[in-house]
Design a protein around this ligand. Sequence first.
Ligand SMILES: Nc1ncnc2c1ncn2[C@@H]1O[C@H](COP(=O)(O)OP(=O)(O)OP(=O)(O)O)[C@@H](O)[C@H]1O
Length: 590
Amino acid sequence: MFKILKKLTGKELRYVGISLIFIITQVYLDLKLPDYMSKVTKLIQEKGTTVSQIFDQGKWMVLCALGSLAAAIVVGYFAARVAAGLSRTLRHDVYHQVSEYSMAEINQFSTASLITRSTNDITQVQMFVAMGLQLIIKAPITAVWAIFKIADKSWEWTTALGVAVLFILVAISIIVTLAMPRFKIIQKLTDKLNSVTRENLTGIHVVRAYNAEGYQTEKFERANADITSTNLFIQRVMAFMMPMMSMVSSGLSVAVYLIGATIIKNAAIGTPGNSPRINLFSDMVVFTSYGMQVVMAFMMLTMIFIMMPRANVSAGRINEVIDTDSSIKNGTKDGDAATEVGTVEFKNVYFQYADASEHVIEGISFKANKGETVAFIGSTGSGKSTLINLIPRYYDVTAGQVLVDGVNVKDYTENALHNKMGFIPQKPVMFNGTIRSNLAFGTNAGGDLTDEALMSAVRLAQAEEFVTKNEKGLDAEISQGGLNLSGGQKQRLAIARALARRPEILVFDDSFSALDYKTDRVLRDTLNRETAETTKLIVAQRIGTIIDADQIIVLDKGKVVGHGTHTELLASNPVYQEIAYSQLSKEELA
Ligand SMILES: Nc1ncnc2c1ncn2[C@@H]1O[C@H](COP(=O)(O)OP(=O)(O)OP(=O)(O)O)[C@@H](O)[C@H]1O
């Protein structure tokens, strides 16, 4: 938590300082009240006291109460500003740190947990800071000040107060010890609930189509029941707090009055102007009042103890995200460091996922020259997507080297590397906005993209028809995730987005699969004609898509089992032959 609090800005620390002044003012005014009460008590018992004399003292009491209220409002205002400011800083830091993560870190935390950490966990810290700032400082000052004011009244009363405080401390310790471990669990269970809900919502079509609502509901209910029972346990334990505090405050009042009755009985009556009994009675009223302030102060601390363990767990989870650096370190070379143009080379590359026991890619070497088309084919799970994910450094190789334009991808800055290529993922990703905002997405080495450049990319990607059919054209709206587009339309826009950058290298991860055969053929012909200078790496399932490639690499269980042109492989490679004959007849392949 302290590490998180170090993130407070200078302005926020100034607000904390101002709050401190007002908290002290508030405590001073609160503790001034019993002094006036004492005077009023004495006046009431003395003969000949007039109403205006009592009113004189009462007026100050009202003013103290109003002053204390005003100070509390000011403190609340600044506490809210500090807490909201800190929460904004944390959200900013978490967001920027996560944006730097490689896929390895995102997989390590899981998307659901990263969402909980940047929302729920930050809210916990925000609530704690807002409450804490008002109470953490106020409670000890009140307690110490009040004890100091009544310490000399009578050792019997002070002992009663000490016993009450000791009782509170022991009870709080027991309660917090019982509840603390559950707070850690509760944030994990929130992650789980988030993950189940997300999965259910994103896969709602499949869930409905397979009548799997029951199965999904059961999963959700289990997660829901787990979090409910843990919450209930915590709430039940915490439920003891308030009754216990009222019991202690009532008990303390009774004890002070019982002790007071005995002390007053044994005291001398004295004279009307100087009566020890009247003085003792007034002391007793004042002591009860200060004693309540002490108990209230501990009550405030109790609130803090309720919130602190959970906020602490949340702070730890936020720090974990902020302190985790991306395993992929940016290089320093810019695009001009390239020694070649438009080449991609793999030199004896091995790759293993962090949580896997075996290599997914083993000893792969090849070189794609400028303007060449290199295709990758192989059964599902043979490692095709993994292989091309190594080019933009979504993952780093375990051994070997990947070179782009003659330079190791690890040496480039992220921007320089990504500006060289247009990457079209297996599942096209669309963002909420317009066709224009989706195509001109992100930064581009060539500067801002004109509408002409965008439309030219749209034409190349065979998307012109449906883009121009919409009267808004490039301004046609796209909903989140491209839900208002068909699979093929999304695929074509994803290709247009890559083409619009006019990159040296195009990487297609099975990007033609959602296209019909005719569009696939026309798109390939257009690309060959219009982007002849661009190097193309294509992962494909269909032989037809890659039949004209300059090099075809056949993968099986992460290894290269064939490398050549379509004609060469068809003549001699059994794995390629098997794939080819399963899709096309001998006549079509000839
Ligand atoms: N994030 C990951 N963590 C662990 N293992 C993974 C991960 N992604 C893929 N794998 C494993 O790596 C292997 C290769 O997967 P990859 O997606 O590269 O295959 P592919 O040839 O592209 O398959 P497909 O044609 O079905 O897309 C598979 O066995 C898969 O289980």
